[in-house]
Every structure is written in C-alpha cells, then in structure tokens.
Design a protein around this ligand. Sequence first.
Ligand SMILES: Cc1ncc(COP(=O)(O)O)c(C=O)c1O
Length: 391
Amino acid sequence: MQSILDYQAEYLLPTYAANLLLTKGEGAYVWDSKGKKYLDFSTGISVCNLGHCHPKVTKAIQEQAATLVHVSNLYVNEKQPLLAKKLSDYSNGGRVFFANSGAEANEGLIKFARKWGSTRGRHKIITMQNGFHGRTIASLAATQKASIRKGFGPLPEGFIPAPYGHVGCVKGLIDEETAAVLIEPIQGEGGLAISDKAYIQELRKICDEAGILLLFDEVQSAFGRCGYWFSADYFEVQPDACSVAKALGNGFPIGAFIVDRKWEDVLGVSSHGSTFGGTPLACSAALAVLETIEEENLLQYVQEKQDWLKQELENLVEEFAVVESFRGTGFMVGLKLTVPPTETIKAAEKEGLLVIPAGNNVIRFYPPINATEQELTAGIKLLRKALEQTK
Ligand SMILES: Cc1ncc(COP(=O)(O)O)c(C=O)c1O
C-alpha cells in the first residue's frame, strides 16, 4: 500500500520539498507519524502564535462550525464587524477589509494604493530589497527577490526597489508618479533585518512631506510576535494602511488590511471583494485569538521575556564560531550563521526541535508567544545541540 509520503511525492506539484509528516499538535509541540515529539518553534512561520490547537480557538471554531460557516459578503455576518472593531481599536483606528492570506491582503493593500493614486496621477510603489510580500503576481512584483520572480514575468509595472535601511535612497526614488512606500518594518523572510526606529520614523516623515502613503506589511510581525499588536507600535509610527494574516487565525486562514480613516472613501462599494474573506468561521477563530492574547496578557509576557531570550541566544553567539549574531526583537528572533542554515536545521529536527531558515544564513527561532520559560529553555538546549553538530 502506498504511504501518505508516496502520495505527496506522486500527486502534489513539487513546489515544496517537505518530507516530515506531522499528524498532531498541542501547545508548543507537534508529533510526526511515527510518534516522535518535536518542540515546534517554527509555529507555521509565525502562524500558530498561541501554539497548536489552543483550546479557546478550537472551541470557537467548533461552535461556529455548528452555527454558520459562511455567508457571502452580500450579507452581514455576526462576527466580521466585531473582529473589524478589534483590529481597528488595536491599530490606527481605521477600517478593515478581510481576505484569506497574506498575499491576498497585500494585493488589497496594493489595490488601495493604486486607487488612491489614480486620482493623483500616482501609481508607483517603492518596495524594499529582500522584502517579501507573497506569491501572487502583484505581491511578487512587490517582492524584490530575483530567485522567486524568475520565470513569472512580465510582472505588473511600477514597483521600484530601494535598499532596506536607507532613507536617502527612498527619498531619491520618490517622484511625481509615486503613490506609496511599502515595507515590512521587520523583514521576516529576508533574514530578520530590523532597522533603527529612526529609519521607520524618517520614512513616515518623507512620505508625509511628499504627500504619499506609507504602507506596512505586518503579515509576519503582528499579533504578539514582536511583543506588540503590530510592529508599528514598536517603531512608534502609524502607517496609512497595513496588511495582516498569519497569526490572526492561529492556523485558520484569514488575512486583512486596515486603512486609516483619512482614506476610508478610496475603496467604495464594489471596488474590491472576496468570496471567502471574513467568513463567520474565520472571524470567530480570529476573535478567539485576539481575546486570548488580551486575557493571557501575552504582549506583556513577550516584552518581559524578550531580554532573557535575547541573552540566551546571544550566549550561543559567544559559544559557537559558526553563529555570527543575534537577530530580531520580541519572539521574532533568530541567529545569523556564517554558513547556510540547512545543516543546523536538519540537526535540530533530529534532536526534536523545529526551526526555520530566513534569507541566506539565518535561523528563525519562533516560539509560540505563550511558550513557557521551560519550553523556551528546552528549545535553546536543543538548538545548542544542533549547533554542536554544525561544521
Ligand atoms: C511579510 C509577509 N508578507 C506576505 C506573506 C505572504 O503570506 P501568505 O503566504 O499567507 O500569502 C508572507 C509569508 O511568509 C510574509 O512573511
């Protein structure tokens, strides 16, 4: 009889190189099909921020699945406005549009910027080198990484690359056709690059001076990952609009973009839509996520633990020549190696720890934001073991 892995190899398009079959998750742990237990500090790449199968989220999904799963956005559902209010309250007080993924949220963000610019003769969007915004055609055009763009051209025009971290370069690129600057304030896929607060604050200033939009991609950084609802709070800068997804549903697919009320008229009736965006089921899951972050004081927890975690990871920089530096903030952290991270990640998996690569040589260490000190310590210990095996 063929195994699941045989089916994977035979029937799926080979876009992923996965070969570890995971069958169960609980809190910070997952189990593979052979019953081996792993500490999951990949968290679905900052998706399962509350750990796997959080009881409150599971209950919300179960109850809503038995009540009303989907109605089209031609009707109002009971959960979507409540979730929109929460996201608005936590962010810039703006208005929300619901989508299903990060790329789709960014498509909406880009469409918002284009529509805003259409009455001003502005269509260009400045995006950052090493940034990542998704795999759809427009979000790919905004992603300035040659290897993942290759073969998909021609991509939509008007996305202008700028080096991350250089205000002067962005300033020099703004012209009368520029509509927006789009940035992940902390680059996730690009290798956990985090700039000075001053850089993001300067970007806000130059966008205001030029009369253009500042857009944040918070898909990876939001909902506690960096110790705040949004990395915007860390940088103390409010964007004109931002995209979110990943951790919002703790694994249940949902994305959104949030637009400052100043621009609430840009996308009017029929200007944008989504069949599945904001279903009662997705919104119930997300409401449970946000309530849990509040009730369990998880933003505060990450802020309290982050210096300790940073120190633990910095000890590894001291201990291993192959570890060049610590990267990140909050629980959005990792290590930059002097070599590609593949070997260390494989060794960690063997030891029972799941961690993920970023950029060319970074290991991301993304615990759930409610991971206990014991779990965090266990993760560091396993990472240390993996590094001992790295040449
Ligand atoms: C910053 C950022 N934006 C967008 C995306 C795309 O999200 P999705 O895979 O849900 O389309 C990702 C995914 O890793 C991301 O990290």
